[in-house]
Design a protein around this ligand. Structure first.
Ligand SMILES: C[C@](O)(CO)[C@H](O)COP(=O)(O)OP(=O)(O)OC[C@H]1O[C@@H](n2ccc(N)nc2=O)[C@H](O)[C@@H]1O
Ligand SMILES: Nc1ncnc2c1ncn2[C@@H]1O[C@H](COP(=O)(O)OP(=O)(O)OP(=O)(O)O)[C@@H](O)[C@H]1O
Length: 310
């Protein structure tokens, strides 16, 4: 049976799923570029939070012994996303199989990815999918004692933070995770204008702009409320935002629209863009602005920021 046919047999209903995991969008509330490594990667200081909005990865059935992993993709952003061996889900599966030295007799899985997050959009969708694959398969294959952190780091700078999907401060090139300040309850709107932004191009544009390195942020142990969080964020930056706007001016339009939206407390771009976020005191207030943003043809979603206490 071809992998496609095998998947079709498993695709008819969600009730045939063995287990699933949400792969939440990662949002960088700030991102300082603090240094550059000899290999061209940049050292960062960044506060990563996770959204309600998420992809969904499911294990839908075991493959025949010796048969390869198979991936089917559906959902609003599935078009054009390759389900072949380059997909981060299958790369994660292969890396885990390798690290765990699983014998041939341990069967592979058929998986289904529901792609709800825009691709190449600065919210780490592919990284979140890879992390979800590691979590699901480590459990399904009973990989006790295998440290997933180095496998995650080998797949991409954003994969380690996506493993736990809780607010964390990212340092190093993203692999060093540091305890963040205690977060207040805070709602967020995500907006993407429908353009794919390649991360390397934005780092390259930052380098060419000759902007200097920025020190790590100075943060308190805790933010008692959303006002204190916003006050702190105003002392930080996303260093990738100016070069991203220079490459894709529509990002500036998104930021203007978010800043001007009712009840918005703070707006900034996430990661290397193009997705921008707005912060609001409540989900009710955040939801009120969705219609206006969607009327411009943009993808927009609202929800709570997940806190470490969730
Ligand atoms: C911008 C962030 O999203 C912030 O969370 C991440 O740093 C990027 O994470 P990612 O997309 O998983 O990154 P990778 O796939 O590892 O790298 C993509 C490219 O981004 C650049 N890159 C990435 C991370 C980093 N710390 N320094 C870099 O210079 C490199 O050119 C690299 O070739
Ligand atoms: N499962 C996947 N989902 C999304 N992109 C994937 C996936 N697998 C491979 N890719 C490739 O990875 C690249 C980055 O996609 P992704 O959506 O993770 O970018 P991003 O949101 O900008 O990430 P980051 O915030 O980590 O820079 C795309 O060019 C895409 O083709």
């Amino acid at each position: 049976m071809s992998p496609d046919n095998a998947l079709a047999n498993h695709s008819e209903a969600r009730h045939s799923e063995v287990r699933h995991s949400l792969a939440r969008a990662k949002i960088n509330l700030f991102l300082h570029i603090t240094a550059r490594r000899d290999n061209g990667y940049h050292e960062l200081d960044s506060l990563a939070v996770f959204a309600d909005t998420a992809d969904r990865l499911a294990l839908v059935g075991q493959a025949e012994p010796g048969a390869p992993m198979a991936l089917g993709i559906d959902g609003p952003f599935s078009e054009g996303l390759d389900a072949g061996s380059d997909n981060l889900v299958l790369r994660a599966a292969a890396a885990l199989r390798d690290a765990a030295s699983l014998p041939q007799t341990v069967p592979n899985w058929h998986m289904r990815l529901t792609k709800n997050l825009p691709v190449a959009s600065g919210i780490g969708g592919g990284s979140a999918d890879a992390a979800a694959a590691l979590r699901l398969l480590a459990d399904a294959w009973d990989c006790k004692g295998i440290d997933l952190a180095p496998i995650a780091a080998g797949l991409g700078a954003d994969v380690p933070v996506c493993l736990a999907q809780t607010t964390q401060r990212m340092q190093g090139i993203g692999e060093r995770l540091v305890t963040p300040p205690r977060m207040p309850r805070c709602a967020m709107v995500l907006v993407n204008p429908g353009i794919a932004v390649p991360t390397p191009a934005v780092f390259r544009a930052w380098k060419e702009s000759q902007a200097g390195f920025r020190p790590a942020a100075s943060l308190p142990v805790s933010w008692p409320d959303v006002g204190a969080l916003v006050e702190s964020l105003r002392t930080t930056a996303n260093d990738l935002q100016p070069p991203a706007i220079a490459l894709y001016p529509v990002i500036g339009d998104v930021l203007q629209a978010l800043s001007a939206s009712e009840h918005c407390l703070f707006a900034r771009m996430s990661g290397s863009g193009a997705t921008c976020f707005g912060l609001y005191a409540s989900v009710e207030e955040a939801r009120q602005v969705l219609a206006g943003l969607r009327a411009r043809g943009w993808w927009a979603e609202a929800g709570w920021i997940h806190t470490a206490q969730d």
